[in-house]
Design a binder for this molecule. Structure first.
Ligand SMILES: Cc1cc2nc3c(=O)[nH]c(=O)nc-3n(C[C@H](O)[C@H](O)[C@H](O)COP(=O)(O)OP(=O)(O)OC[C@H]3O[C@@H](n4cnc5c(N)ncnc54)[C@H](O)[C@@H]3O)c2cc1C
Length: 477
């Protein structure tokens, strides 16, 4: 393996050189902002061009916006509450919440700059619009073409700005000078390793979804049963987090928590979402219900704890007839179908007697329930809402695994996207954007990671280029 040093210099002595690691939403926006603010920008991206974009590529990229001009009314309060390790009234019981929680300056900027950032992207020709509800998603604002559309647009815009993008090139090391400032990086390409010197590095390498060792370290021994949602997520090996931690970076967000969606267990990195399991029941490989299917994300996460980390959604023909069926069972794979429950059980290798009993008991509880809107009565695991008898053939089974959307822990950053040290001071020359920067505790607030990526991308790009939001001119904004 060869090692060589590349000295990328700007056109003049004043021009700063910025390396952006990762070309997802955050990295793409960071590169664009840094170039717009006058820097010489190089992007290194581990994946090949057709697979880059990590989580962004498979994301609907919905934002919790009421319109392109306004956040949803609940947005600021929900995000604020979720970025503290404890409930608001206990905010600083030992004076440590401020250290563990998200930097308040960053939190304010995240919420304040969401709309202006989307406005800036629209001004430079990247389309965003309000979309009515898709199944499973509330109405909100998204880029034209979702995450994939955003990546295509960013590729075109960074090319126009003269940004150099190096695909199949991973950030594997950070170089610091005598003062501890980050002044270069070690990059791995198919041809060998290169050292690149620069004025600042923005780590926008996404989360840790692709790294089973990190997933197991943070999310527990059954981490292997929470699968990345798409092939592109596997490139997210967590270097941004790991390398910054080696330099003494502080963290924000809940390292033991993650956000899950139900995916088809057979999809193997192709985009699939089985949101319709609530129309029927979830059973494990023993043919038994193990969770309240109406509980939302906890039901999906509970699948990880079952034998082989798998469960089956069982529905009947009545559910299949719904107009929304194809959206609720969105998968490249076909379900397993049978005319009787016994045949269905055999086809999915579940004990027939157990599955027949589970469905009989569930159907009986649906009939008995006095409210008529839930199946609670007499079930060992009651169901708090919904639930209709599974009676009409043919029956379907969909194998489900929990797909990991994001892990909540990451680096702690300030209002410029600078990575903070354990002492609360910025690590000179080091920035983080997108999922690499942590934020949420306990529970992810849906449809907010997207604009966190966009805002942090823009803030870090500008600051790394030597500009600040307050002093930037209209052209660069
Ligand atoms: C299926 C799915 C649906 C989602 N839907 C929504 C939604 O509707 N609303 C919402 O708010 N959020 C949603 N999210 C989350 C949201 O899409 C992400 O938070 C956001 O896209 C993260 O962007 P990012 O740029 O930080 O990371 P990513 O998009 O993951 O990009 C990281 C990039 O870094 C590259 N990389 C990794 N390591 C290295 C390295 N060492 N060197 C160089 N390059 C590297 C990767 O290849 C990748 O291109 C969804 C996520 C998923 C998976």
């Amino acid at each position: 393996m060869t090692t060589q040093t590349d000295h990328v210099r700007g056109n003049d002595a004043e021009q700063r050189v910025v390396l952006v690691a990762g070309f997802g939403a955050a990295g793409g926006v960071a590169a664009l902002a840094a170039a717009a603010a006058g820097a010489k920008v190089v992007v290194c991206e581990r994946a090949p061009v057709e697979l880059h974009g990590g989580s962004t590529r498979g994301s609907t990229f919905y934002m919790r916006f009421a319109s392109v001009d306004e956040l949803k009314p609940d947005c600021a309060a929900l995000v604020t509450a979720a970025t503290s390790p404890w409930p608001a009234q206990d905010d600083e019981p030992f004076g440590t919440a401020g250290i563990w929680g998200v930097d308040r300056g960053f939190l304010d900027t995240w919420l304040r700059e969401a709309i202006p950032t989307v406005g800036w992207l629209r001004e430079i020709g990247i389309g965003f619009s309000f979309q009515e509800s898709d199944v499973g998603d509330p109405p909100g604002v998204m880029p034209d073409g979702g995450g994939k559309g955003l990546l295509d647009a960013l590729e075109a815009k960074v090319a126009e700005r003269g940004v150099t993008v190096m695909y199949e090139t991973a950030l594997v090391g950070l170089n610091v000078d005598d003062t501890g400032a980050v002044r270069g990086a070690l990059l791995e390409t198919p041809e060998g390793r290169h050292t690149l010197s620069c004025d600042a590095v923005i780590v926008a390498t996404g989360g840790i979804h692709g790294n089973l060792e990190l997933m197991t370290r943070y999310l527990g021994p059954r981490a292997r049963f929470a699968v990345p949602c798409t092939r592109s997520d596997y490139f997210n090996q967590g270097e941004g987090l790991r390398l910054a931690l080696q330099l003494g970076a502080a963290t924000a967000g809940d390292f033991g928590e993650w956000h899950a969606i139900p995916v088809d267990a057979r999809a193997d990195g192709r985009r699939a979402e089985i949101g319709g399991y609530e129309l029927g029941i979830l059973v494990n490989r023993a043919g038994e219900r193990f969770v309240d299917e109406s509980s939302g994300e906890p039901a999906v996460k509970a699948v990880r704890e079952q034998d082989l980390g798998i469960a089956f959604a069982i529905i009947d023909e009545r559910a299949r007839r719904l107009d929304t069926y194809r959206l609720l069972f969105f998968s490249p794979c076909e379900p397993v179908r049978a005319n009787t429950i016994e045949e269905l059980a055999t086809a999915i290798d579940v004990p027939a007697e157990a599955l027949v009993r589970t469905i009989r008991d569930f159907n009986a509880a649906c009939e008995r329930d006095a409210e008529g809107d839930s199946a609670r009565d007499g079930l060992p695991i009651p169901r708090c809402s919904g639930g209709a008898p599974i009676v009409e053939a043919p029956f379907e089974a969909w194998p489900i695994k929990p797909g990991i959307v994001l892990s909540l822990g990451g680096l702690k950053v300030d209002e410029h996207g600078r990575v903070l040290s354990h002492d609360g001071r910025p690590i000179a020359g080091l920035y983080a954007a997108g999922d690499t920067a942590g934020g949420y505790f306990n529970k992810y607030i849906g449809y907010t990671a997207t604009f966190k990526a966009l805002v942090l991308g823009r803030l870090s790009g500008m600051h790394a280029a030597g500009r600040e939001l307050a002093v930037v001119d209209a052209g660069a904004r």
